[in-house]
Ligand binder design. Sequence first.
Ligand code: IMP
Length: 439
Amino acid sequence: MPGIVVVGAQWGDEGKGKITDLLAERADAVVRFQGGNNAGHTIVHEGVTYKLHLMPSGILHPGKLCVIGNGVVIDPKILTDELDDLRRRDIDTSALRISANAHLIMPYHMLLDHAGEIKLGKLQIGTTRRGIGPCYSDKAARLGIRVQDLLDEKILKKKIVAAMEPKRLSLREFARDPRLDLQAMTEEYLTYGHRIKQYIADTSRLVLERLDDGELVVFEGAQGTLLDIDHGTYPFVTSSNPIAGSATIGAGVGPRDITEVWGITKAYSTRVGAGPFPTELDDALGEELRERGAEFGTTTGRPRRVGWLDLVALRYAARLNSLSALVITKLDVLSGQPTLRVATRYRADEGLETDHFPYHQTVLHHSVGEYEELPGWSEDISDCRSEQDLPAAARDYLRYVSEFVRVPIALVSVGPAREQVIWTQAGRSMQGYGARAAA
Ligand code: IMP
């Protein structure tokens, strides 16, 4: 049975949370496999808005196995705050499981993230300052503190000392910061360990068992393809691999356990933080789309940069993730535009034109979109529930995108509520899955 990966096909914030929530209803398990609380999912569930940063989106479905996999970096304060908040709202969290091998964001990671950005000055990446980069650095340097270390005071203290030792110089300016006091830090983290002990498990085995039993497992990506540390717009990227292949590493399953990969893209583009953005609209139209689409970060509240849909980048994402389906979100935000543009090529300096996503940083930085113009529509489409309900121009827009990237569209979202979606022919096999499984 399918292991389905949900990935961001752009720079994050594509609406993965809503789509994972829809699939979670049909799934037996939902697994997060990378990133940390740099992510932010807004889900409107039964009329209530939830803003989740670490929790898998499936947590809103009682009793469903929800896994925070080994590839995730966990700030245990945020984790315990989210657990408290969900419990206050009567959401059952007993089916949450946290990988014993997941790495922990420590207070010094947050301080180093912040200090690193300040030092970069104009060259700064625009990180979320949640300590993500320094935590993954320690993981690679084999100096990380893992969830399992929270259960043994002696081991925890020894590992904190070892991790802080090589950072002494860069942490000098925080020498008197109470957050770096060894004893206080150890005690605080032991308390977190005590609070999450019941959830700690060998999550790889749990997920493999589900797959062996033929159950549907959704692997929920965070951030997006173009923020991938290997394949994105380096160095303006996050420190993990948000692409689909990373689901196997970050959850502990094999490549053949993944049968479907859904790439989520907005009907236009957005990006938070610095870095190249070839279709950026730095004008009144960009402002209008930002307002209409409420494009302000869930995690940091920063206004998102806005641009036309970039089909060069989307086709690149389709290949990197081997997408089996596309999901187009926020199509309703484009209503009322007389003409729509989609980038089908890039033009860089000296008249250089390309229809491939440039691997070279300098070329990418100088690239701007070359556009195809498509007719817009004026109708409000937020009540459309089938492709036939959509105006012809909206159907044509979707067809153009799908044909250009050569991936079928499974689902289209036309508003924030979970019922504001259109399942297409290609998506119906998944829509019917829950019903078939129950029969
Ligand atoms: P970091 O992940 O906090 O290190 O930030 C690195 C880059 O990724 C910055 O440009 C952030 O704005 C961006 N980023 C990280 N997480 C997200 C996300 O969930 N959505 C959109 N952008 C993100």
